[in-house]
Design a protein around this ligand. Structure first.
Ligand SMILES: Cc1cc2nc3c(=O)[nH]c(=O)nc-3n(C[C@H](O)[C@H](O)[C@H](O)COP(=O)(O)OP(=O)(O)OC[C@H]3O[C@@H](n4cnc5c(N)ncnc54)[C@H](O)[C@@H]3O)c2cc1C
Length: 398
C-alpha cells in the first residue's frame, strides 16, 4: 500500500483561499455576521464569499463551471470555515445536492442547475424527514403520483433547514406505496424518487418550527397540497431514488464530520490559548495544572484520530470506492468526529470556567452545533446499527 499523508497543492489551495477571504467575517464584519446568525437571517454576502473561493464547485464537473477537485479539498474547506468560527449553514446540503445532481441527473438538469450552484446564484435545501419517518426514511408517506408529463405531490416534511433561503429543494417522495414496494425484489428500497422542487411552487406551505437554537438557519414543516412538478425534474430514475439518495448521503456525512473536526480544532485551540494566559493561583497559568492539561491533551489525540478517519472517507469517495464501502467510512467518521467535537467543546468549557458561558466566547453555540451533529443527519445509534450489520455481519433487530 502506498500511503502518503502529505496534502497536494490542489488539496490546500481552497483552504488558503478561505483563510484570506473569510478574514473580514471574523474581524471587521464579525458583529454583523453574529447578529444575522442570532436572528437566523441568511447572509448573502457570506454566501457569495463561499462561492467566490470555489466551495460550491468542488463536486461539479468543469463543463458546468465547477473545478471538480473533489470531496477531500471540500472537506478541508468545511473544516477550515468551521475552525474559523463560521457555520457553513445550508452550504452542506447545497454541496451534497450538487454531487447528487452531477452524478445522477439528466444533462438538461445539470445544465439548468449546476452553473447557478457554482456561481452562488442557486441555493438548495434537502427534504426527506417526516413526522413518522426520521430514522426510518422508508416509512415516508409523501406521495408523488404521475399525471401526464407531471407528478402531483401531496404530503408533509418536517425539520427541513433553510427552506426560506434556498431557491430549490431536493425532495424525496414515494412514487410507489411502501406496501407495493415490499412486493418487489428491491423491497422497501423500491418506490422512492428524487424531485427538484422550487421553494416558491404553488401548493407548498412553509411553517417555521420553534427551535431551541439556530445555526443561522430556521427549520420548517412543509405541507404539499397538489404540488405539480414536471417529470423532467426527477434526479435519477423513477422509483430508484433510494440508491441515488443513499450514495448522496455519504458526502453529507463526511462534510458533517469535517465540520465537527473544525469545531474540535477551534475549541481545543481556544482552550489551550486561554490556559497559557489565565492565572488563578500566584503566577502559574492554569495550563500547568494536569487537571486542565490532560483533558485537553486527550481531546487533541481523539481529534487527530477522528480527523484521519474523515480524510480517509473523503479520499475513498474521490477514489470511486464502491458506495457501500464509502458508506461505512462516512458513517464511522461522522460518529467519531461528532463525539470528538462534543468532548472538545466540553473540555474547552471546563478550561474557560465562567467565561465559557459569555456570548462573546461562543462556546455554547458550538456545543449546540456539535451535539446536533451527533443526532443529525444520522444518529449515533443508526450508525452503530449500520456498522454492526454491514461490517460485522451481526443480525438486525429492527
Ligand atoms: C436542527 C435540525 C436540522 C435538520 N435538518 C434537516 C433537513 O434539512 N432535512 C431533513 O430531511 N431532515 C432534517 N433534520 C431531521 C433529522 O435528520 C432527524 O431529526 C434525524 O434523522 C432523526 O430522526 P427523528 O428526529 O425522527 O428521530 P426518531 O426517528 O424518532 O429517533 C429517535 C431516537 O431513537 C433512535 N432509534 C430509532 N430507531 C432505532 C433503532 N433501530 N436502533 C437504535 N436506536 C434507534 C434514534 O437514533 C434516535 O436517537 C434536521 C433535524 C434537526 C434537529
Amino acid at each position: 500500500m502506498n500511503l502518503n499523508f502529505n496534502f497536494s497543492e490542489e488539496n490546500t489551495m481552497l483552504v488558503d483561499a478561505i483563510d484570506t477571504a473569510m478574514k473580514p467575517w471574523i474581524t471587521t464584519r464579525k458583529k454583523e455576521l453574529d447578529e444575522m446568525v442570532s436572528q437566523a437571517m441568511f447572509c448573502e454576502d457570506l454566501w457569495q464569499t463561499f462561492a467566490d473561493v470555489g466551495l460550491m464547485g468542488c463536486l461539479v464537473p468543469e463543463e458546468y463551471g465547477g473545478t471538480n477537485v473533489g470531496l477531500l479539498p471540500l472537506a478541508l474547506g468545511f473544516e477550515k470555515v468551521t475552525a474559523m468560527g463560521v457555520s457553513p449553514s445550508i452550504l452542506l446540503v447545497t454541496c451534497m445536492d450538487s454531487a447528487c445532481i452531477a452524478r445522477n441527473a439528466s444533462d438538461a438538469i445539470k445544465e439548468q442547475y449546476l452553473p447557478g450552484i457554482v456561481s452562488g446564484k442557486i441555493k438548495f435545501c434537502f427534504a426527506i424527514t417526516e413526522a413518522d419517518a426520521g430514522t426510518n426514511s422508508f416509512n415516508m408517506k409523501t406521495r408523488a403520483v404521475a399525471r401526464g408529463d407531471k407528478f402531483v405531490i401531496n404530503g408533509a416534511k418536517t425539520f427541513i433547514s433553510g427552506v426560506e433561503d434556498a431557491d430549490y429543494m431536493l425532495l424525496v417522495a414515494r412514487t410507489t406505496s411502501l406496501e407495493d414496494a415490499r412486493k418487489t425484489d428491491m423491497g422497501q428500497y423500491h418506490g422512492l424518487s428524487l424531485f427538484i422542487v422550487p421553494t416558491d411552487v404553488p401548493g407548498l406551505e412553509k411553517q417555521p418550527m420553534p427551535m431551541a437554537f439556530n445555526e443561522g438557519v430556521n427549520q420548517y414543516t412543509l405541507f404539499f397540497d397538489d404540488v405539480e412538478i414536471g417529470a423532467d425534474q426527477i434526479v435519477g430514475e423513477v422509483d430508484m431514488g433510494a440508491i441515488v439518495m443513499f450514495n448522496s448521503l455519504n458526502p453529507e456525512r463526511i462534510l458533517a464530520a469535517a465540520m465537527c473536526s473544525g469545531m474540535s480544532e477551534r475549541t481545543i485551540g481556544m482552550a489551550a490559548d486561554y490556559a497559557k494566559e489565565r492565572k488563578v493561583f500566584r503566577d502559574t497559568p492554569i495550563g500547568a495544572y494536569q487537571g486542565i492539561a490532560h483533558p485537553l491533551a486527550m481531546a487533541k489525540a481523539e481529534h487527530e484520530a477522528a480527523r484521519l478517519m474523515m480524510l480517509k472517507a473523503a479520499w475513498a469517495y474521490d477514489e470511486g470506492w464502491e458506495p457501500a464501502k464509502v458508506g461505512s467510512l462516512a458513517n464511522m467518521c461522522k460518529l467519531l468526529n461528532a463525539d470528538s467535537a462534543i468532548h472538545s467543546v466540553d473540555v474547552a468549557i471546563e478550561t474557560l470556567g465562567g467565561s465559557a458561558f459569555t456570548q462573546d466566547v461562543g462556546l455554547l453555540g458550538l456545543w449546540n452545533g456539535a451535539r446536533l451533529l451527533k443526532t443529525a443527519p444520522v444518529s449515533k445509534e443508526m450508525i452503530l446499527n449500520f456498522i454492526a450489520e454491514w461490517e460485522l455481519g451481526l443480525p438486525k433487530s429492527y
